[in-house]
Design a protein around this ligand. Structure first.
Ligand SMILES: [Zn+2]
Length: 376
């Protein structure tokens, strides 16, 4: 096929006492109250147990926020490297456990290691966010794919050649990328009320800012995700049926989420990072995690699904449309030629839409994207 839809491999009494406490307490604001109620209704046995000690610690320290080996008590911020089970890789993680109860937000960046604007926005947000201003909890990963980041590799983790954005929900016994995906899904996504995954154009991509939400969830969760995307200052929104990425994974697990794209070409500027950070602040205000209300902003233009045109073979790519261009059915979006200049393939739009992103490297390899457009 000359093109393909963007459908990548795509959701006794003391027993009651412990069950109440072991619910992911940040899934609902009232879960902590349930724990307390169960405590008084069914006091623990007199003899000491490991669980009793853990509960006593929680009673004295408030709600805990834990990811792997890191734990932040209520009102505390903790930063550190977290080991992925199976060894050989650690992720930089920040936990901000607010002074008041509220929703839990997961902010991931650098799933693709060359998407610097989102990574720097997460680094700066992790450095500046303080528990005193937070109502709820925030988990930040910056970046989620450190091998790709430090080795400046597009799309994949050079540790095993796999794309983390196609690997969720992962496998605890799999390759490095699959273990990373499983750790993020089970240790982070599963305790979040909302997930935002910060992307951008990779080292060889060019795009305008946009947000994506998944259709792989309930209508209610889709509505929550779309409403959150509408709070941003990005230019476009569209939906996707893909489930291998983090926002698709969260949708399948019943947790709303979005992916944001800002920046491209392996570049980043302070203004682009500031714009990304403002998106995060607007999202946190919308979720009630930060105080205040969002100032009115131009609404992003909303589209349906996207369509990706891929290279049928290795070659040299000559794009003929730019991000933001309106395109008509039959319009040529670029040419693929061999190293002698012979035409290999014409990328032609089949429908009316708008060009979302394009590849800007001269070299492309078989099967990789050339450009993508979104449909009205
Ligand atoms: Zn990406």
């Amino acid at each position: 096929m000359r093109d393909s839809w963007n459908l990548f491999p795509r959701a006794c009494a003391s027993g009651i006492f412990f069950t109440a406490w072991e619910l992911p307490s940040n899934k609902e604001p009232s879960a902590g109250c349930r724990g307390w109620a169960a405590f008084f209704l069914f006091p623990p046995p007199a003899c000491g147990t490991r669980r009793n000690h853990a509960i006593e610690r929680m009673n004295s320290m408030g709600k805990l926020l834990t990811v792997g080996s890191l734990t932040a008590r209520e009102g505390e911020k903790v930063q550190g490297m977290v080991e992925i089970p199976g060894g050989s890789i650690q992720l930089p993680v920040t936990l901000v456990n607010g002074v008041r109860p509220g929703k839990t937000l997961l902010i991931t960046s650098g799933v693709h290691g060359g998407e610097y604007v989102g990574i720097q926005a997460a680094i700066e947000t992790a450095a500046s966010l303080q528990p005193e201003e937070v109502q709820g909890q925030v988990i930040l990963v910056h970046p989620a794919n450190p091998n790709a980041f430090y080795q400046r590799v597009s799309y994949i983790n050079p540790g095993d050649g796999k794309n983390l954005n196609r690997s969720f929900p992962g496998d605890p016994n799999g390759t490095q990328t699959e273990r990373m995906a499983h750790f993020i899904a089970t240790q982070m996504v599963d305790q979040a009320d909302f997930c935002v995954d910060l992307h951008g154009g990779d080292l060889h991509e060019e795009l305008s800012s946009y947000a994506i939400y998944s259709d792989a969830s309930t209508p209610e969760n889709m509505a929550v995700s779309l409403e959150a995307a509408r709070q941003l200052t990005v230019r476009y929104i569209h939906k996707s049926a893909a489930t291998g990425g983090l926002y698709g994974c969260s949708a399948l697990r019943g947790i709303p989420g979005i992916l944001i794209e800002r920046g491209c070409r392996g570049l980043w500027t302070p203004q682009e990072v500031a714009d990304y950070r403002e998106d995060l602040c607007r999202l946190m205000r919308h979720l009630g995690i930060l105080p205040g209300t969002n100032a009115p902003a131009p609404s992003p233009v909303e589209f349906q699904y996207s369509k990706v045109l891929r290279a049928p073979k290795d070659g040299c790519w000559y794009p003929m449309a730019s991000p933001g261009d309106w395109i008509a059915p039959g319009q040529k979006l670029g040419e693929l030629r061999d190293c002698f200049g012979n035409l290999l393939f014409e990328a032609v739009a089949q429908e009316e839409g708008m060009l979302l992103y394009r590849i800007v490297s001269l070299a492309v390899n078989e099967g990789s994207p050339l450009c993508s457009y979104v449909l009205l």
